[in-house]
Design a protein around this ligand. Sequence first.
Ligand SMILES: C[S@@+](CC[C@H](N)C(=O)[O-])C[C@H]1O[C@@H](n2cnc3c(N)ncnc32)[C@H](O)[C@@H]1O
Ligand code: SF4
Length: 399
Amino acid sequence: MNIAVRPLSTIRPFTPPVGDPGFGVYVHWPFCAAKCPYCDFNSHVRHQPVDQARYVAAFRRELASQAQRSSGQTVTSIFLGGGTPSLMEPATVAAILEAIASLWTVADGAEITLEANPSSVEAERFRGYRAAGVNRVSLGVQALNDPDLKRLGRLHDTTQALGAIRLAREIFPRLSFDLIYARPGQDVAAWEREIVQAIELAADHLSLYQLTIEEGTPFYALHRAGKLIVPDGELSADLYETTQQITRAHGLPAYEISNHAAPGAESRHNLTYWRYGLYAGVGPGAHGRLLGPDGARHAIANEKHPETWLKMVEDWDAGFVEDTPLEPHEQADELMLMGLRLVEGIDLKRWRALAGRDIDPEAEADLTGHGMIERLGPDRLRATPAGMLVLDAVVADLA
Ligand SMILES: C[S@@+](CC[C@H](N)C(=O)[O-])C[C@H]1O[C@@H](n2cnc3c(N)ncnc32)[C@H](O)[C@@H]1O
Ligand code: SF4
């Protein structure tokens, strides 16, 4: 393939300058070995082997359709997410990356991330992904103790998680891993110890997510029945504050609500979403934002059910169930919702041009007075850490 695999030492993470959203390609692998009881992502368990060659053929066809709609774009990042993409054979990953490189120009040193579960990690596969062009792995560690991993329904234990981190650090130039906090029974002291341990293990990026009780999941039913007690609002806020303080003190400050990085090592792909750039999304349930023939930004969403998506792409070259032009004011809302997640905030000039108006001065004064938002200059607005905790409400007041 023509994405060069460069020697590790020559790949330097960098953050594109504020204002440069880049262009990303997201590929969704919708299968997992087991469904975690808290998860509402588009992930499915299949008891028969998945025909990966058939999926590759479908990914190729859908990528080709989307490339037609984004010709002239240079791909700055590729993200293989899921589900559990580390259930893909390296040859599957190589074929997907080759297809992308044959359809778009891929920037030199583009960030190419694969999500991996510690239980599905084998050294050989990791080396195969690296040889295919993957230069960043995002590992779903979730917790660093066995009882909590069990309670979260994970298939791996701490030893496997540590082994996967070690192996990933050896093989890939960049590594991030995910932890979920605000777990049942977790207090601030226990979480503090765990973050410090995580920072010692981490490379240059960590994703630290507060446990969300998602409707329709087994955790939701247990929670409603009073059988799963999670930290209340006050304890959750303390856990969040602790997370911010410790990561900042150790050189991995938040650059987004749940994402922490050494300066320059932010996830370029996720920055594309949060800076409201354009991106193609392929695979079951993937979302995209591409320009339509009318020149407007379109919201594209794919069929979620894997086999239905597969059949749609085989029949029509595309598996979308939604392809809607967004009105400028809808784009302004999206830009604000995404951009206020970032510590760098949003460009108000861009927002005003879409919204066709200025921010309501009363709403701004009120939120500023309550310490929820602040100006970083005449044309840059951001949410404070307190505002990020209640971001939906802040955006609802402003948008
Ligand atoms: C879509 S998952 C894919 C990663 C991979 N399949 C795994 O679980 O190891 C991405 C991340 O979302 C987070 N996540 C999923 N459901 C969550 C929930 N209900 N609350 C908080 N974080 C969640 C987990 O940290 C997970 O690693
Ligand atoms: S492994 Fe990841 S994507 Fe799959 S069910 Fe668990 S959290 Fe969701």
